[in-house]
Ligand binder design. Sequence first.
Ligand SMILES: [Zn+2]
Length: 359
Amino acid sequence: MWYFSNKLATYVGATILMFTGGCGARAVAPGNPPANAPTMSVAATLAQPPVPTFSGKDAFAVLKKQVAWGPRVPGTSPHTIELKYLQSEMKKYANATVLQQFSYRGIPITNVVGVFYPAQRSTPAKHPILLMAHWDTRPVADGPYSTATAAGPFVYGPNGWNRTDPIPGANDGASGVAVLVQLARMFHKDPPPVGVLLLFDDGEDYGDFRANNGKGEGVVLGAHYFATHYRQNPVFGAPAFGILLDMIGGKDMRIYPELNSVQFDPDLNQQVFQIAKSLGYGNIFRTDQSQDVDDDHITMNVQGEISTIDLIQPLPGPGALPGAYKQWHTVDDDVAHCSASSLKAVGSVITQLIYQQTP
Ligand SMILES: [Zn+2]
């Protein structure tokens, strides 16, 4: 029941902020939205700032660029190239950049956090909105449709995981990063009304999800680090809430409400799906079914006590939902199976959510 008390605190906080006109990022109180919020119309009121247009095409270029470097597996050179890229992009666009560095089995793992101040402010928000995506890619192609899965269990070799090719990670890795980088460019040009953190977390997909009776070993490393260390960071405060983007670029993608997310933050989840529908993306954001995914957002909620939802294309396998990404954890998770229009849909929904916030 920990999340019940956590949620209660969120509600109380949001209610107080509504009445005091405070600067909390989550100005739209869950279940009690102001009159102008549900219309989702960009020009509904004069008080609402214009909502910029999210470019799916530019985001797709960022996806392609990453895939061209090769698999971004921790400890490899494409991983180092991407780290430098993320740092230089944040240097260009963010108000501040924070690196969280640690190591796993001697391999450096780095979270990159771009800090964006609220418009017309020269200090970070006390409770920014957190948008996150993992930037590393899986070292082994062990998905249910991988041709390599029949070869036996994975074990560590002297240089890490020792079997099969690593995945290109076009959807699983590059897609979420692509949307975040494009958002960074937008935030730089049109500063958002509230503070935002862009968290590029590392080491999500490195190890074995099934080890330790399903608790995993060597996975969700960066998100767990953030969840257990952000409180000590002097640059930014505790996020008001978070949204995880993981596999949001697949061709003909569908996204269903994720059950842990629904439990952790039903209102945020509903708000996101409502915005998607209002923007005409109801064909992608479906609410007729739901899915259950263990991902970075679990540790953000449990250890980090940050209400965080996960937007993710369904995983494939027996009983998979329509629109599942068959190329998940295979060497076919490539550019050809992704699309700019999927990035555009997700990027536009996030853009709308951010710019309709009240400072
Ligand atoms: Zn993955």
